[in-house]
Design a protein around this ligand. Structure first.
Ligand SMILES: [Zn+2]
Length: 73
């Protein structure tokens, strides 16, 4: 499983994919390079999701889980 959190940024009101390891610093950095002060991050995944982050998470899943995951039984 990849270590990301879907959290909402107060900068653009979109839900981005943040790497767990980055949490706790002054800035959160999303997979799409969106960076935002942690004080503006809301730890909820409700809202419009960032398309760039969605695509990058999809890529990560395909890489880490392999093709077998996507095959229909
Ligand atoms: Zn994003």
């Amino acid at each position: 499983m990849i270590d990301i959190q879907w959290w909402r940024s107060g900068y653009d009101d979109q839900v981005h994919a943040f790497r767990g390891a980055r949490v706790g610093q002054n800035f959160g950095e999303a997979l799409c390079d969106h960076s935002v002060p942690t004080s503006l991050i809301t730890q909820v995944d409700e809202g419009r999701r960032c398309i760039a982050c969605l695509l990058m998470v999809g890529d990560l899943l395909a890489t880490t889980q392999g093709d077998a995951l996507w095959r229909a039984s």
